[in-house]
Design a protein around this ligand. Structure first.
Ligand SMILES: Cc1cc2nc3c(=O)[nH]c(=O)nc-3n(C[C@H](O)[C@H](O)[C@H](O)COP(=O)(O)OP(=O)(O)OC[C@H]3O[C@@H](n4cnc5c(N)ncnc54)[C@H](O)[C@@H]3O)c2cc1C
Length: 506
């Protein structure tokens, strides 16, 4: 199979890249391990930041300043300026293709406040923003006749004798066959890695860091892997996210005594620490939106109410919502330059798996949807331009195919249980507050798990639809990504944004 630009991942970033690459005149194919409309982008609720032309209380300079402040000196100012400057165009483009943003009574796109923003800046579609964006992008891809294939698992990158990326090795879940897709340029848009924290995460089960692990195995550089953002308001028992929009619309945080104890709209790193400090004192922490009233909640936050009832059996119109901070967003990822080119020739990356250095040590709420639209476009355009100047290359034979290796493993140990153990240990030792000795313990656990891998192979030997095999591949990717996160955390001795080392252990 051949295509000019091969895109792996059909979330917001991948689909935006596909639309722009196609418009630039190249042949495009998108592959995804799940169904495109179920990609994690559909879970985004709160909104997408942009200073709109009608906005009098806000400015692009303020958006830049808020983003840089939240990033704790770890963002690239030029990249941030570019992203914030492009934000109005990004929203206008989404509006033009049919995204149904919520409107004010005057008919302009409505905006709400999110943490760390000096003005209401997040454009939203009730609290279904990501879903509306993703589904509209998918419709647009169908209209443009872009080929999207589901249940295709990215296994490895194909390279020619010069080390140039020239395609991808893919496992077709339905048939169990391994396929080679040749391409003049490959874009990885496989999302983040918060699922390494297993159930202590708001993320989709697909956010296993596959693209990052695979790109790294092929020699691409990674950066800032230790910067993992904990969202202040995951539901206590299920880790389901209650969006920042609930606080943006006026929700409070209360401890067991019913007291407010912090500024609810400070950036996520500081707020998560404030909540964690209460929990460490033995307090329960609650989100209270009862005062907003049923009519308002049903109009502005309908999904939050539905999720709280479904997953926590609590109706926030009448009751307090028990919450705790959980892993939510991964700032680290594949190193890319301003054209979204990775350190490997022929390989581009965009979305949460890439690090365009716009979030630094702590992402501002509402800037991820913005990033995937702005840099998805850049990746699509630059990959298309690159592909137009290339011809197809011949890949070298991959002797060490991971599938062949794991199919020889025995099945004495349960890797699902190991993932749960890993997730809980990561949450405890590589969570909101970290210590040198906790990180070292984790490093030892990860090394031991790697050693035990050959005894953790799959139990299901079926060829077709073998999800056990897919999940084992994901587990290996998560283990590799976890190692990179721990190594990064150990190397960064000082606290910075989401990476917070307890003083006495620095
Ligand atoms: C609950 C929740 C709420 C959020 N709310 C907001 C918000 O209000 N505002 C905001 O700005 N951000 C928000 N975010 C963050 C934002 O939604 C994500 O960062 C963003 O959507 C990531 O988009 P993406 O395209 O990079 O990845 P994804 O949408 O995760 O897509 C990744 C794609 O890659 C595919 N893939 C992965 N691995 C493989 C593989 N091995 N083979 C083939 N395909 C693969 C997946 O199937 C999927 O199609 C939220 C996140 C969560 C979890």
């Amino acid at each position: 199979m051949k295509t000019d630009v091969l895109i792996i991942g059909a979330g917001g970033a991948g689909l935006v890249a596909a639309l722009h690459a196609k418009e630039a005149g190249v042949d495009v194919k998108v592959l995804t391990k799940e169904y495109p409309t179920r990609s994690q982008t559909c879970m985004a609720q709160g909104g997408m930041n942009a200073v709109l032309p009608n906005s009098e209380a806000d400015s692009i300079e303020a958006h830049i300043a808020n983003t840089l402040k939240s990033a704790h000196g770890e963002a690239d100012e030029e990249a941030v300026r570019f992203m914030c400057g492009e934000a109005p165009n990004a929203v206008a483009w989404l509006d033009s293709i049919g995204v149904c943003f919520s409107r004010t009574e005057e008919g302009v796109i409505a905006q709400r406040a999110l943490g760390g923003a000096s003005a209401p800046r997040a454009c939203y579609a009730q609290d279904y923003t990501g879903l509306k964006i993703l589904h509209t992008l998918y419709d647009k891809c169908l209209k443009e006749a872009i080929s999207i294939e589901s249940e295709k698992i990215f296994l490895s990158l194909l390279k020619d004798t010069h080390g140039t990326v020239c395609g991808a090795e893919i496992l077709d879940l339905k048939s169990g066959e391994v396929e080679h897709y040749l391409a003049k340029a490959v874009i990885v848009a496989t999302g983040g890695y918060s699922r390494i924290y297993d159930a202590n995460s708001t993320n989709s089960t697909a956010s296993t860091g596959d693209g990052i692990a695979i790109a790294s195995r092929a020699g691409a550089k990674l950066i800032d892997m230790e910067f993992v953002q904990f969202h202040p308001t995951g539901l206590k028992n299920s880790s389901i996210l209650i969006s920042e929009s609930a606080r943006g619309e006026g929700g409070y945080l209360l401890n067991s005594k019913g007291e407010r104890f912090t500024d609810e709209l400070q950036p996520r790193d500081a707020l998560s620490r404030a909540i964690d400090a209460e929990i460490q004192k033995g307090e329960d922490v609650f989100l209270d939106i009862r005062h907003l009233g049923e009519e308002f909640i049903d109009k502005a936050l309908p999904q939050e109410r539905k999720l709280a009832k479904l997953y926590e059996n609590v109706d926030p119109v009448h009751e307090l919502l028990p919450i705790r901070p959980v892993a939510h967003y991964t700032m680290g990822g594949i190193v890319v330059d301003h054209t979204s080119q990775t350190t490997l020739e022929g390989l581009f990356a965009c979305g949460e798996c890439a690090n365009h250095r716009v979030h630094g040590a702590n992402r501002l709420g509402g800037n991820s949807l913005l990033e995937i639209i702005v840099f998805g476009k850049e990746a699509g355009l630059h990959a298309a331009k690159y592909a137009q100047a290339q011809s197809f290359r011949t890949p070298i034979e991959n002797e060490q195919s991971l599938l062949r290796v794991i199919d020889a493993y025995t099945n004495e140990l349960d890797f699902y249980a190991k993932h749960q153990e890993l997730g809980d240990l990561l949450y405890e030792k590589l969570g909101i507050v970290r210590t040198q000795c906790g990180l070292e313990e984790l490093q030892t656990f990860i090394s031991q798990t790697f050693e035990a891998l050959p005894r953790m192979g799959v139990s299901d030997t079926a060829k077709a639809y073998n999800t056990n095999r897919k999940e084992f591949l994901e587990f290996i990717n998560m283990l590799e990504v976890s190692r990179a996160v721990v190594d990064g955390a150990l190397q960064r001795k000082q606290s910075c944004g989401a990476h917070y080392m307890r003083e006495e252990d620095v």
